[in-house]
Ligand binder design. Structure first.
Ligand code: XIL
Length: 672
């Protein structure tokens, strides 16, 4: 972002040459390795804040091949049968936690999360329960079971499948007949969730079912209506588990839509029992990608380790064969998670993801979602330059606060975009970040150092660190990346400003990009080990005429591909802000145009629709909603979303006092 400067009036004549101007990359492009990649499913999923789990059978824990794979690959476990009613409370009031404890204790000592499965289910239910005909008796039996089991596993189970498989197959969209529904009525699910919340308020409470993956299925719709109703009435529910026992074709084409529609209700979604007949590479990769493309899809569990461990063993539906060797679907799963092909043991070729960005974009915009919240000591005209990560169930947004009296930073967090406007604004000038000129923040988590970084401009390129993103007071005082402005910038900046610092790392190096409001994008480099020190050797990464390559650059890794994406904000012939885009196979490489012209922009008022009303004609400084939150800045390849600053088209006057607001673009021409 460009502080302290008026940019309102532009002359079209300056801009007519811009659209075709090429970007140059001085110096030899070094072959940069891919972004940080892990070689196991769990570690790779963790890079985007997700888990990758498996069902575990207590009876197999003596098998060294089995436990070897379990501990190497998975960071979450679900007991396959050991926490079901017929194991835990085979006769009324007599609880057998032995097999469940075996799995729970082992998971705890191996740092694996535990999903509790399952409290109320019509199947694997002892006959003393299914033969109850009296509603009061059944209610107290059900509540007692939930309470005793949840109490026993308090602090150990991260999420419980409170109710399993309560809906009927077929076209009714209604609940299935079971002793619970037949004796207690359809309200039994609500009753179970309320009891569960009071038994262990810290556990996530999930509804879990199969055949709810296809959006248009009546069963899916029935479950969706129930969850919507629960959320509307405040019945406690935190997550929906989609079992995902798929046939050979894998997930239905609407799977991602289903995940995101549930998530939009304000619940997490999880793939809880994944297995796919014949385990084709594409079917597994498609399933994983659907989850990664939905911010609130928080984890994937496969229903067993080796084909021989599967309840569908005749269909070979899992990721390891009978001898424990990785199958091709293992590799496609790891690759879809963004992982390393180098981990391959089988020698089979690594399936190359076909996922790539389109060469033109269309978007739909929200209305203004975040406006300044001035208070007695913060006079703020505009909220600008947002940086955003989704972490731990929340969007964490950092932004510049602007007014003619100066610039500083603000932090807000919320679980849902519908809550963005009501979130509390924490002004960071009262923290160690301090008062004075601070602007254009960028936030990410450094996985090596286990620290959050906030990068921003102060005249120099500065940063603060914080072990806890949700604690606004945890940020350190500013430090500078450079001792002073690098010579190459000094020589090229002209009358511009040194702005918009941006850090991105691959597995070997970190790069610091910045702009000069004078047609140059700069890049400095250091090693991952030296970061945040050692940024030397600054070069011009791209150049064009001043307004064609103005400021607010973003650089991302595109998930599931070898592409990096560069966005740079330009000023159009109409004087309005818009974005151009380029791609490269390496962060230090040369950038090829993707949607890089005024007539085929990455995002401009001309390719954005405004269903809620055209509140801005500027699509200006912002950030993509990432697939993860670490230093690799990985974004999904599909259904992109971009948080940007816009303003009332009629607003004018002092640039620093313009009424910038934040809005969200959602890509509408995604083909995947
Ligand atoms: C299956 C187990 O894998 C089998 O070992 C057992 O015999 C039957 O149950 N939906 C569920 C799981 O929620 O609990 C089921 O697990 C598979 C279908």
């Amino acid at each position: 972002m460009n502080p302290l400067k008026r940019l309102g009036r532009r002359r079209a004549s300056v801009l007519s040459l811009l659209a075709v101007a090429a970007l140059v990359t001085p110096g030899a492009a070094t072959a940069a390795p891919d972004a940080v990649r892990a070689s196991t499913l769990g570690a790779q999923a963790a890079q985007s804040g997700r888990y990758f789990g498996t069902a575990v059978a207590a009876g197999r824990l003596g098998d060294g091949t089995y436990t070897g794979i379990l501990d190497r690959e998975f960071n979450s476990v679900t007991p396959e049968n050991e926490m079901k009613w017929d194991t835990i409370e085979r006769s009324r009031g007599s609880f057998n936690f032995g097999p469940g404890d075996q799995i729970a204790n082992r998971a705890a000592s191996h740092g694996q999360r535990l999903r509790g499965h399952t409290l109320v289910w019509h199947s694997q239910l002892p006959s003393w329960v299914s033969s109850i005909r009296d509603a009061n008796t059944l209610r107290s039996v059900m509540n007692n079971h939930i309470t005793q089991v949840m109490n026993h596993y308090k602090g150990k189970v991260y999420a419980w499948d409170v109710v399993n498989e309560a809906f009927a197959d077929g076209g009714s969209g209604q609940m299935r007949s079971s002793v619970f529904r037949d004796v207690l009525g359809t309200g039994f699910i609500e009753q179970a969730f309320r009891t569960a919340r009071s038994a262990d308020p810290a556990a996530k409470l999930c509804y879990n079912d199969y055949n709810i993956e296809n959006w248009s299925d009546a069963k899916t719709q029935g479950v969706y209506r129930m969850v919507r109703d629960f959320k509307a009435r405040g019945v406690p529910i935190d997550c929906v588990g989609l079992q995902s026992h798929f046939g050979a074709g894998g997930p239905p084409s609407s799977f991602q839509t289903t995940l995101s529609n549930f998530a939009a209700l304000g619940v997490d979604v999880q793939i809880t029992e994944l297995d796919i007949a014949q385990a084709s590479t594409a079917a597994y990769a498609n399933t994983v990608r659907a989850c990664l493309n939905v911010a609130r899809c928080t984890g994937i569990t496969v229903w067993g380790i080796r084909d021989s461990d599967s309840w569908r063993s005749g269909e070979n539906p899992l990721l390891f064969d009978r001898s424990g060797t990785k199958k091709p679907a293992y590799q496609s799963t790891l690759t879809a998670l963004g992982g390393s092909a180098a981990a391959q043991r089988t020698g089979a070729p690594s399936p190359r993801s076909a996922t790539a960005l389109p060469s033109s974009f269309r978007w739909s915009s929200s209305g203004p979602l975040v406006a300044p919240k001035p208070d007695a000591t913060h006079r703020i005209a505009g909220i600008k330059d947002p940086s955003v990560v989704y972490y731990n169930g929340k969007y964490h947004v950092f932004a510049s606060t602007a007014s003619s009296s100066g610039y500083n930073l603000v932090y807000l967090s919320f679980s849902d975009w519908s809550q963005a406007g009501s979130a509390t604004h924490h002004y960071l000038d009262r923290t160690a970040i301090g008062a004075g000129y601070r602007a254009a923040p960028q936030v990410f988590y450094n996985t090596q150092q286990r620290l959050w970084y906030l990068v921003y401009q102060t005249g120099n390129a500065s940063y603060s660190t914080n072990p806890d993103i949700s604690n606004p007071n945890g940020w350190s005082a500013p430090r500078n990346f450079y001792s002073s402005m690098p010579d190459i910038i000094r020589q090229n900046i002209g009358n511009g400003y040194w702005v918009d610092m941006w850090v991105i790392c691959d597995s070997a190096n970190c790069y610091l990009f910045s702009s000069d409001d004078n047609g140059h994008l700069y890049r400095s480099q250091t090693t991952v080990g030296q970061f945040p020190n050692g940024f030397t050797n600054t070069v011009i990464a791209a150049q064009d005429s001043k307004y064609a390559l103005f400021e607010a650059s973003n650089v991302y890794k595109v998930q599931g591909s070898n592409q990096y994406l560069l966005l740079v904000e330009a000023i159009g012939s109409d004087g309005r802000r818009y974005f151009r885009s380029w791609t490269s196979s390496s962060l230090a490489g040369s950038w090829s145009p993707l949607a890089a012209s005024e007539s085929n922009p990455f995002a401009k008022s001309s390719n954005v629709t405004f269903p809620a009303g055209t509140w801005t004609r500027d699509i200006s400084h912002g950030e993509m909603i990432r697939a993860g939150y670490d230093q690799t800045l990985t974004i999904p390849a599909c259904k992109l979303q971009y948080l940007y600053q816009g303003k009332d088209p009629n607003a004018g006057g002092d640039y620093d006092n313009l009424p910038w607001r934040l809005g969200l673009l959602t890509q509408t021409n995604s083909t995947c």
